[in-house]
Ligand binder design. Structure first.
Ligand SMILES: Nc1nc2c(c(=O)[nH]1)N[C@H]1C(S)=C(S)[C@@H](COP(=O)(O)OP(=O)(O)OC[C@H]3O[C@@H](n4cnc5c(=O)[nH]c(N)nc54)[C@H](O)[C@@H]3O)O[C@H]1N2
Ligand SMILES: Nc1nc2c(c(=O)[nH]1)N[C@H]1C(S)=C(S)[C@@H](COP(=O)(O)OP(=O)(O)OC[C@H]3O[C@@H](n4cnc5c(=O)[nH]c(N)nc54)[C@H](O)[C@@H]3O)O[C@H]1N2
Ligand code: SF4
Ligand SMILES: [Mo]
Length: 697
């Protein structure tokens, strides 16, 4: 029996795991107590890594769609045919007629990240989409305008804070996002044990809210008023303290003026949270020496997602808790993506480019994913005719997935890099099978940049590859060289990581790949420190509190504030949720994760259920202006009246080749979400607060 150490790559928590195995057979998967970040913590999903590896439904050979269905072909044929089709379509319709969609697992794979840029360069298309614009794009937009670089994202210093205000996040289940902090429950308990306080603002009394000191229901998509009121109180009560940023911010006056009219009383009217409570939270946070506001998914994926994330930053800065111990802090990663594309001293972009059809902003060079279908459907120059989908499942993950599916079916060519046959790539012409996590090596380029301690860790591959699968980076590299008509690169991800480590902040202290290989549990590089002055990318070395992009969006807020959002036809507001035992759309074929009670239920408040005659377990029809689903109702007091919740990531259909997933009752929340609901400021999807109706099916 052998023991292998690595980092679980499923979610952002970066848990260290210890795998005991005999050859290809896994004996056990446990938390690694010696991992400096996770200290032994894991969740049930890590144990399922073996299910994905051994899954008989996993794709093992390149496939081509024929009239008889998918048939196995050779890699040579698959790669050559793919490149031939891409070239043909680009010659006929222009380079931008070939689109890319990059899904979430790319962020969790070193090879994908390192080889994506050369691949995109070889593909020469500006039609790029990703899961970022159905997720965290507002965080990048705020970082860009306030700090000068999209990737300069702060994380809450959980281990040192004494007051944690959580808005629109459920880390007890999600294990945290834009914040790699495994074992969140223990870290939350530690805050309470040192007499600190945790407050949660969420339309649902979540698993996290149950562990907090206080929870307040908020009417979906009204958080912007709550945040404006928090800042209003700081000014009114003369609590502004900038600490070491005192002479290094711009826009303070503008912020003071704009929050003037947003008192806690005004916010109460929109949010449903009592003015007195809003005032108390602001004053308690001002009084706490170390306090932090952490806002995530529930805030970034709403109609004013950009304003919400911007104002969350502004609050932390004005409360003296930015780049400061116990507040929002900036990691110093061993491989710093910012050092590879610094903005400092560069001329400012004139303006953000806009998408072709709906004129939405293209941050990070990406067309917002809410536009995926319309960019395929709408004729004219740059209409999308082909799709290269890399670890993405937009039919289930993008709003109005059914429309996306219809548009994808009409494409001239569609190639997919995936580990499964999904609701998206079942329509592909070519499927290129990627390796699973245990078959490849890993250094977490993305999430070590968001970890709440500075850590470096490398994990080698554990198993030989099954069938004919290749690592994504190998596939990308093969495609790049064919597109360019050049020899395949000899560079490996390992060589690139080694180079980057040596060039990085800890390189001078001797950090290298060799050193990481000698420390299989990872190396602790210490707690977060005040690093923003070294890393800030604005020309003036100041934090911009009031960038014009955000100020301009306040006009949209004012218009919206005057309208009546409640519709008679769709009187409820739908929000999403995550479940502990699944990750997005791709873990549903694990038998370990899929046994037990049905988790794909519609949560409804008991009073609403009574009014509608709905009982626990009743099959209900939920409808929105784009579609409908039938699903089992689950009655609870833990959701606000007028709000309904469906889990995200579900929706594998009965005829799916993922047999275990197909056997479950599963509906896609994105059959209901509306692709026309968008945060116009950032282009991010407004997945939360969708108007819906519910009735007995
Ligand atoms: N309504 C609603 N919609 C949402 C959300 C929500 O909360 N509500 N959440 C959004 C968020 S935060 C995200 S991140 C997106 C996720 O959206 P997507 O990224 O589209 O979906 P995933 O399920 O993460 O994974 C996509 C695909 O990657 C494949 N895959 C897994 N591992 C690998 C690998 O190593 N290589 C390759 N090539 N493929 C692999 C999986 O089989 C799957 O088909 O969904 C978003 N959509
Ligand atoms: N188990 C598990 N873990 C995961 C994932 C998974 O699928 N399963 N997915 C991973 C991914 S890709 C991501 S991005 C992260 C996301 O991690 P989180 O950001 O923690 O996301 P959620 O768990 O969806 O929590 C969002 C919360 O926002 C609330 N919410 C909805 N609308 C509003 C609103 O208008 N206002 C406020 N204040 N709250 C609102 C919801 O009720 C929910 O509790 O999780 C990651 N971790
Ligand atoms: S919390 Fe995330 S990283 Fe940790 S074991 Fe679970 S899925 Fe893996
Ligand atoms: Mo995500």
């Amino acid at each position: 029996m052998k023991t292998h150490y690595r980092t679980c790559n499923i979610c952002e928590a970066l848990c260290g795991i210890e795998i005991q195995h005999e050859g290809d057979k896994i004996i056990s998967i446990k938390g690694d107590p010696k991992d400096p970040l996770s200290r032994g913590h894991i969740c049930p999903k890590a144990v399922a890594l073996q299910d994905f590896h051994h899954d008989e439904d996993r794709l093992l050979f390149p496939l081509k769609k024929t009239e008889e269905g998918f048939v196995r072909i050779s890699w040579e044929e698959a790669l050559n045919y793919t490149v031939q089709k891409i070239k043909e379509i680009q010659e006929n319709y222009g380079n931008n007629s070939v689109a890319t969609f990059l899904g979430n697992p790319n962020a969790h794979s070193m090879g994908n990240l390192l080889f994506m840029r050369p691949f995109l360069k070889a593909l020469k298309t500006r039609s790029r989409f990703s899961a970022s614009s159905v997720d965290q794009m507002p965080h990048h937009v705020a970082a860009l305008h306030m700090l000068g670089h999209s990737l300069l994202n702060p994380v809450p210093d959980l281990d040192n804070t004494n007051y944690l205000l959580i808005m629109g996040a459920n880390p007890v289940v999600s294990n945290g996002s834009m914040m790699s902090s495994p074992d969140i429950k223990k870290r939350m308990r530690a805050i309470q044990e040192r007499n600190g306080k945790i407050v949660v603002i969420d339309p649902r009394r979540t698993e996290t809210a149950h562990k907090a000191n206080e929870h307040y229901f908020i009417k979906p998509a009204t958080d912007v008023y709550f945040l404006l009121a928090l800042i209003h109180v700081l000014f009114r009560e003369e609590k502004i303290r900038l600490n070491h940023w005192k002479n290094a911010v711009t826009g303070l006056k503008e912020i003071e003026e704009l929050v003037e009219s947003y008192s806690p009383e005004v916010a109460e009217g929109f949010t449903g949270i009592k003015a007195a409570n809003i005032r108390t939270i602001a004053l308690e946070m001002a009084a706490a020496d170390r306090a932090v506001l952490y806002s995530r998914m529930g805030l970034s994926t709403q109609t004013f997602g950009g304003l919400c994330i911007w104002l969350s930053n502004v609050f932390n800065i004005l409360n003296g808790n930015y780049d400061r111990v116990g507040g929002m802090m900036f990691p110093r990663p061993a491989i710093d993506p910012i050092s590879f594309s610094p903005k400092k001293g560069k001329p400012k972009y004139a303006s953000i480019p806009l998408s072709r059809v709906r004129k939405l902003p293209k941050y990070l060079g990406e067309i917002p994913s809410v536009s995926l279908a319309e960019e395929m459907e709408t004729e004219g120059e740059d209409q999308i005719k082909a799709l290269v989908c890399i670890a993405g499942n937009p039919v289930l993950s993008v709003p109005n997935g059914r429309r996306v599916e219809k548009a994808i079916k009409k494409l001239e060519f569609h190639v997919s890099l995936d580990i499964y046959l999904t609701e998206t790539n079942k329509h592909a012409d070519i499927i290129l099978p990627a390796s699973s996590a245990l078959e490849r090596s890993q250094y977490d380029v993305t999430f070590l940049n968001l970890a709440i301690r500075n850590i470096a860790k490398y994990s080698p591959a554990l198993f030989e590859k099954k069938g004919e699968v290749k690592d994504d980076w190998q596939i990308l590299s093969e495609l790049s060289s064919r597109l360019k008509g050049e020899e395949n690169t000899k560079l490996s991800p390992e060589a690139m990581i080694d180079m980057a480590l040596k060039m990085g902040y800890y390189g001078k202290e001797g950090l290298s790949l060799e050193k990481l290989k000698q420390h299989p549990h990872g190396i602790d590089l210490g707690p977060l420190d005040e690093s923003l002055k070294d890393r800030l990318q604005t020309d003036e070395e100041c934090i911009h509190l009031a960038p014009k992009e955000f100020l301009m969006d306040l006009a949209r807020l004012e218009t919206a504030s005057k309208g009546n959002s409640q519709s008679e036809e769709y009187p409820f507001q739908l929000i999403g949720r995550r479940v502990l035992r699944q990750h997005n759309t791709w873990t549903h074929n694990s038998h370990r994760l899929s046994k037990g009670k049905n988790e794909c239920t519609l949560l409804i408040n008991e009073k609403d259920a009574k009014l509608c005659g709905i009982l626990d377990g009743t099959i209900v029809l939920v409808q929105s202006c784009v579609g409908k689903v039938e699903v089992e109702a689950e009655i609870t007091q833990d959701i606000m009246e007028g709000v309904l919740s469906l889990p995200q990531g579900f929706g594998v259909r009965k005829n799916s080749k993922m047999k275990i997933a197909a056997a479950q009752n599963s509906v896609s929340i994105n059959d209901l979400t509306d692709d026309l609901r968008v945060d116009f400021l950032t282009g991010n999807a407004a997945l939360n607060g969708v108007p819906v109706s519910v009735s007995i099916a």
